[in-house]
Structure formats: C-alpha cells, structure tokens
Ligand binder design. Structure first.
Ligand code: SF4
Length: 454
C-alpha cells in the first residue's frame, strides 16, 4: 500500500475498539429486568430464531437466580454470549418487545442475556447440564463456527462421541474471526468454545477437510457428519486493477483486525469499501478505527435498497464514513499499488415485476476517488467447489446445500448441514438454531426410536 496509516498509540486502539454496549451493573440489570411485563405470549421469544424463553430468563434475573437464568438461555442457544453482543436485537427480540407499541424503550434483552451469561462464565462454568451415558456412536463435525459448536454441544449431551474438524488454528469460526471487535472480542467466542469442549467435544484445529483428511475418511470413521462450513471468500469485482496491492476481501481484512494486533494491520489513509451490507459497514468502521483518515462506502443502488441494518448505517455515519450511493466501481487505478478508484454514476430503472430497480450506468459520468486501499464487500460465495466434491450432496442455484428443513439431512443420508452453507448467510443465531436442530436430526437418524420432537 502506498499511503499506510502510521499507527495509533495502544490506548487509542483500545478506545476505538472499546465495546459499543457496556455491561449492566447488577443493580441496573435487576432494575431493567423488573421493567419486563413477563408477557404470557411473549412476542420477543417468537422473534428470537432460537426461541429462548426470554420472559423466564429475565424473571430469574429479577429474583437474582442468575445461574437459573443462564440455564434457561442455554437450553435454547449454545452461543448466547456471542448472540447477546452481536445479534441485531433491534430487528429481532427487542424489535418485537411490546414496549415498542407503547412508544417506550424496549427491554434491553441482549444486555440482560449478556449479564446472565457473563455471570455464568465468571463462575468457572459450573456444571448445569445433564450428560447422557455414551451411546456408542460418533459424529464428525466440519467447522467450529456457531452451527458446528451448537450441534457438537447438543450431540455430546445426548451421549455421542463428537469430534469437530476446524481448518483454522484457533476455533470458533465466524464468532472468533468475523465479528467486529467493538461488538465481540475473540475471548468471548473462545469462552463458548471452552464450554462446548467441557462437554467432551474434541476440536482438532488446523485440519483442512479435503486435504489433511478426506470426506471418505470421515464417513468411514463416524456414524454421521455435520457440515457447518459457513461461506467462502468475497467474489471478484471483475474490474481492471483488482490485482493491485491494496485490494483486499472484507473477510480477510476483518480477520486481520480480529487478531487484535491492531498496530500490525495494514490500512490505507483513504479507503474505499465496495458494497453496503452489514459486513461492509464492519469493514469500513474498522478501517476508520484503525486510523484511516477517510473511508468511503461505494454502492450502486440507493440507501433504500442497501442490505445493511439501519442501526449499522447510523453507526457508520457516526464514525464519519462517507457514502457514495448510485455509484459503481469501473476500475482500480494505480501501477503496483492502489492509487484510486474510478467510478461511474448510476441511476435506477423503474421497478421490475419483483419490485427490484435495476441500476444502470450513466455514460460519461466517470470520476476518480483517490484511495490507497479497496476493500471488497459484495457478499460471499459458498464453498461450492468443496461442497460439490462431497458425494450425494445437492446444491441449489445459489450454491447452498439443500437439506430437509426438519432433520437438516442432506441427500446423502449420513451427512447433515446447517448455518450459512445452507442459507447463504444469515445471523449467528440462525446458525446456532440450525446446529441444535440438526443434532436432533442426527440422533433420530441413528436412533430412530429414541426421541420425540425436540
Ligand atoms: Fe418482557 Fe418485552 Fe418480552 Fe414482554 S415482549 S416479555 S415486556 S421483553
């Protein structure tokens, strides 16, 4: 990169990456819990993809039964600390809270959940869960992200011998490596990994399935497999200059930031982020917090069509990120290093039959934004090459694995799948739900008489 940020002082990095939402004090948590109406037909619980019994866990906080509260949460979700900090609560549980209808502030469900789970981890993970006797079957899980961890935890408590295979040296997948540090620190994700390991789940890191070990090896070794492999890299922009030094994928950039060696992360003084989803906002605000002087988000549609949540958009604006709407990259300019991004102005056509307004370029509208770094954040591809190599799997047009929506079984009866590799990229909480449900699908497959509906 030509114009690198020279680096901030350690205390500046700490300040910039400090938590957005600090924890409740015990007194504040109880006061907030007492505000809850403990609704009979809790809309908050329905809005949570893992259907945590929210009114019950909040009630237990109000009566200072914090371990009981944590237990209620874990019964539905094995990665609740990550979810408490990284879930878009404003559009899920808190968005559904009845206080919104009264024009009042919704209950801070995310912070209360965090309060109960922080307390649980501070007490050295007291054994709260019943583990069944070994049932003689083993399951291999590929990927230690939220889906894999949830599946592993549930299976282990059901008596299975579980091994998770993780390509990274440090487990946790997206929770460890893909969430902005001001929302979730790596150590939080690793607490949840340790909890799952405490149930007897083995995690083999640095194992690249397909290279270090084959799917056939794993199918021979285990009674069933679960795929929680997430998504792959950002797709190519397919514009000239994409190979220049200073062009990087958003996930690669965010992963470097998550190393928490902030002074070692190369960042340009002027940064363009292509795309306007939640990952784009994370990458843009992280570049800014690393010391970039100017950060631009380039998006070919308008703010109405962008997929980033409104609160993420507001956060980016608060961080001083500049948005170029109706703008599309034409080429990255430079010799060996990025020196600028040539863009075209766009306009939106009339809505088509699906209501989508196609962006079209305005001839002769080219202009150059001088930048030293370009971050590609235009979504992620599935790991279709890997998935296509697995016998019996069927992928849809988007490259997602097709599963039975009840059992999470793929067209190969011994293989189950969940999380981003089946949905193309949703929230951590959706992956946690999939993993738990898939564990019961596997249990039913291997022990057909064992369980009713879970
Ligand atoms: Fe409490 Fe709001 Fe849920 Fe009702 S909807 S139980 S008030 S958090």
């Amino acid at each position: 990169m030509k114009n690198l940020v020279t680096g901030l002082r350690t205390e500046e990095y700490e300040k910039n990456f400090a938590e957005l939402h600090p924890p409740f004090t015990p007194g504040a948590a109880i006061t907030e819990a007492n505000r809850c109406l403990y609704c009979y037909d809790s809309p908050c619980m329905k809005a949570c993809p893992t259907h945590i019994d929210i009114s019950t866990f909040i009630k237990k906080i109000s009566t200072k039964n914090l371990l009981g509260s944590a237990r209620t949460i874990f019964e539905s979700n094995w990665v609740p600390l990550t979810c408490a900090k990284a879930c878009p609560v404003a559009v899920l549980c808190e968005g559904a809270c009845v206080f919104n209808d009264k024009g009042e502030k919704p209950i801070e469900i995310g912070r209360l959940q965090r309060f109960a789970i922080d307390n649980y981890f501070s007490q050295n993970m007291l054994p709260l869960f019943h583990k069944a006797s070994p049932n003689g079957k083993s399951v291999g899980i590929i990927g230690s992200g939220p889906a894999g961890l949830a599946c592993g935890a549930e299976l282990s408590l059901l008596g299975f011998d579980v091994t998770i295979y993780e390509s990274n040296k440090i487990p946790g997948g997206l929770n460890t490596w893909g969430i902005a540090p001001y929302k979730l620190r790596r150590e939080d994700s690793l607490k949840e990994v340790e909890l799952v390991k405490s149930f007897g789940v083995k995690i083999e890191t640095g194992v690249l399935v397909g290279t270090t070990v084959t799917i056939d090896d794993l199918l021979k070794k285990h009674s069933a497999l679960f795929l929680g492999v997430g998504l792959g890299e950002s797709p190519q922009l397919s514009v000239q200059g994409e190979e220049l030094e200073g062009v990087i994928g958003a996930l690669e950039f965010i992963e470097k930031v998550k190393s928490e060696k902030w002074h070692e992360v190369p960042v340009g003084k002027r940064v363009a982020v292509i795309g306007a989803g939640n990952t784009s906002i994370d990458a843009a605000t992280e570049a800014k917090r690393l010391g970039a002087e100017e950060v631009y988000i380039i998006y070919r549609r308008s703010d109405v069509e962008m997929s980033a949540y409104r609160f993420e958009y507001d956060l980016a604006k608060k961080d001083g990120i500049v948005f170029y709407f109706l703008t599309s990259p034409k080429q990255v300019v430079g010799n060996s290093f990025v020196e600028g991004l040539e863009c075209l102005k766009m306009k939106l056509e009339e809505p088509d039959s699906r209501g989508r307004r196609k962006p079209v370029s305005i001839p002769g509208s080219e202009f150059i934004i001088p930048v030293d770094m370009v971050i590609k954040a235009i979504g992620q591809d599935t790991k279709s090459a890997f998935l296509n190599s697995i016998p019996g799997l069927t992928l849809d047009n988007e490259g997602c694995v097709i599963v039975n929506t009840e059992s999470y079984q793929t067209n190969n009866p011994k293989i189950f799948a969940g999380g981003d590799c089946i949905n193309g990229g949703k929230e951590v909480v959706n992956a946690a739900y999939d993993g738990k449900r898939a564990a019961h699908g596997i249990n039913k497959f291997l022990f057909p008489m064992s369980e009713g509906e879970n």
